[in-house]
Every structure is written in structure tokens, then in C-alpha cells.
Design a protein around this ligand. Structure first.
Ligand SMILES: Nc1ncnc2c1ncn2[C@@H]1O[C@H](COP(=O)(O)OP(=O)(O)O)[C@@H](O)[C@H]1O
Ligand SMILES: [Mg+2]
Length: 257
């Protein structure tokens, strides 16, 4: 290859934003000449690396914008400890059919049983598969919607939250909502209904949601939409944190930590 071609090739790869290919090119051509690789093999290798790198960057970007509070995976989840969960149901959810079909998932159970863990793990699977994901806690979400209402930009905020393929609303019911908050959340759930998937976690059974919303009519309307296409996972049993502490031989006063 003459100098002119060499330089033009590098410039074109940069212009086309094929940065990985450009970076690997010299070394790859050298090795190809040494090992008598075919042109097809060289091109295949370079473009495979380019695609892999772009995919990794895109996953990283989606993971960042998902704002997961911690990283949790399904591999790390001890299904034997949490025998009230049917592993097959979680594995089925991990296929992400529910996101394709814009269905919801609700994880119910007392503190420490792994609700947030599973919600985050499913969120990570979705981000890896190319879906836009956002994790938030119910109290925080409602605060933001209320601020948007006060600033007269609720519609825009609702639109922003509706664009995610998968929204995770963690900890519904830890704090009751006031009337305005309940109304904001209802609007968001209505907007996402049958268009996008949402995962909810709550320490309260459905029967107790009326108290969270302090309004049984709104609670019923919210549940009606959520449960239309929904998988509910009812987790019973002991807190995993408590088990960990017991294993370490540390006495605890209560499990609500
Ligand atoms: N079955 C489990 N296997 C492994 N880790 C678990 C399991 N259940 C809970 N944990 C871990 O225990 C801690 C509490 O779980 P978390 O998901 O926050 O509970 P919850 O949201 O139900 O209150 C987390 O660090 C989580 O990763
Ligand atoms: Mg939690």
C-alpha cells in the first residue's frame, strides 16, 4: 500500500467514525501479512471488533442513563434461599417478552426479600438488550412530578418518563402519597399503559394500596391499569439481610433496616 492510500484510508475511517477499525488497522494488516490471512478474514475481524465495541459503548450509555442505585444480577440471586419465588417465572421475565409486549411486573413482599434486586437485574437485562430503562423510587418520582406541576411543565415531564421502554418504580408504599402526588402518578401510569412496561416494587399487598393513595378510587384505577397485563411476584419469607447477619453471628434488634 502506498503512502497516499494508507493516509486516505486512515482519514476515511476517521471521517466514517470507524474508530475501532482505524485503531486496529495497522496491527491487523501486519499480522494478516505474516499469517497469510485472506482479505475477507481481515475485513470480518475488523468489523466484528467495531460492532462489539459500539455495542459495549451503547450498553454502557444505557446503563448510565438507567440510574441503577447498585448493580444486581440474576446470577447473584440465591433462589434456594427465596423458595417462594418460582425461578422459572423470573427466567421467563428475563427473556424480556414482557417488555416487547408492554406488560408490567409487580414484586410484592416485606423488606429485604429481594424485590429491588430482581427489579434491577431485569432492568440490566433490558438495558443490555437495547431497551431504554430508568430506575426511580416512588417518593422521588412523585416529588419530581410535583415540582414539574408547580413549574407548569408536568406534560413534558410525563412525556419524558413515558419514553422509557422500561420504567422501574421502586418502593411504592413506603410513604403514603398526598392527593396531588397520587394524581401525578396516576397520570404517568395511564400514559404508559399498554405502550410501555413498568416494574413496581411494594411492601404493601394490593389490598393496602388504597391507604398508600389515600384514595380508594384512584388506587383502584391505578391497579386496574397496572394489572391489565401483569405478572405479580409475591415474595414471602425472611429478609436476606437478616440471614446474612445471622450467618455472621450478629444479633439484630429488628429486620427493618
Ligand atoms: N435471594 C437472594 N439472593 C442474593 N441476594 C439477595 C437475595 N435477596 C436479597 N438479597 C440481597 O439482600 C439485600 C436486600 O435485598 P433488596 O432487593 O434490597 O430487598 P427489598 O427490595 O425486597 O427490600 C440486597 O443487597 C440484595 O442483593
Ligand atoms: Mg427495595
Amino acid at each position: 500500500m502506498n503512502n497516499f492510500s494508507y493516509e486516505r484510508l486512515h482519514n476515511n475511517l476517521q471521517y466514517l467514525k470507524l474508530y475501532t477499525t482505524e485503531e486496529l488497522l495497522d496491527n491487523c494488516l501486519e499480522l494478516a501479512a505474516r499469517d497469510s490471512k485472506t482479505t475477507m478474514e481481515v475485513l470480518d475481524y475488523l468489523f466484528e471488533q467495531e460492532r462489539k465495541h459500539r455495542e459495549a459503548v451503547a450498553i454502557e450509555r444505557r446503563m448510565k442513563s438507567a440510574a441503577f442505585p447498585v448493580k444486581k444480577t440474576l446470577e447473584e440471586f440465591d433462589f434456594e434461599f427465596q423458595s417462594s419465588i418460582d425461578k422459572k417465572v423470573i427466567e421467563d421475565l428475563a427473556t424480556l417478552r414482557f417488555v416487547h409486549n408492554t406488560e408490567n411486573v409487580v414484586l410484592l413482599g416485606p423488606p429485604g426479600v429481594g424485590k429491588s434486586h430482581i427489579a434491577i437485574a431485569l432492568g440490566i437485562e433490558a438495558a443490555k438488550a437495547g431497551f431504554s430503562v430508568y430506575f426511580t423510587n416512588a417518593g422521588n418520582l412523585i416529588e419530581r412530578l410535583k415540582i414539574a406541576t408547580n413549574e407548569g411543565v408536568l406534560e413534558k415531564k410525563l412525556k419524558d418518563f413515558t419514553k422509557y421502554n422500561l420504567l422501574i418504580i421502586d418502593e411504592i408504599g413506603y410513604l403514603p402519597f398526598d392527593e396531588e402526588g397520587a394524581h401525578c402518578l396516576f397520570q404517568l401510569i395511564s400514559k404508559r399503559h399498554e405502550k410501555r412496561s413498568t416494574i413496581f416494587t411494594s411492601n404493601k399487598s394490593y389490598g393496602e394500596w388504597g391507604e398508600i393513595f389515600k384514595d380508594h378510587v384512584i388506587a383502584a384505577a391505578v391497579l386496574d391499569r397496572i394489572l391489565y397485563h401483569c405478572t405479580t411476584i409475591n415474595i414471602k419469607g425472611e429478609s436476606y439481610r437478616l440471614k446474612e447477619r445471622k450467618r455472621q453471628g450478629i444479633k439484630t434488634v429488628n429486620s427493618y433496616t
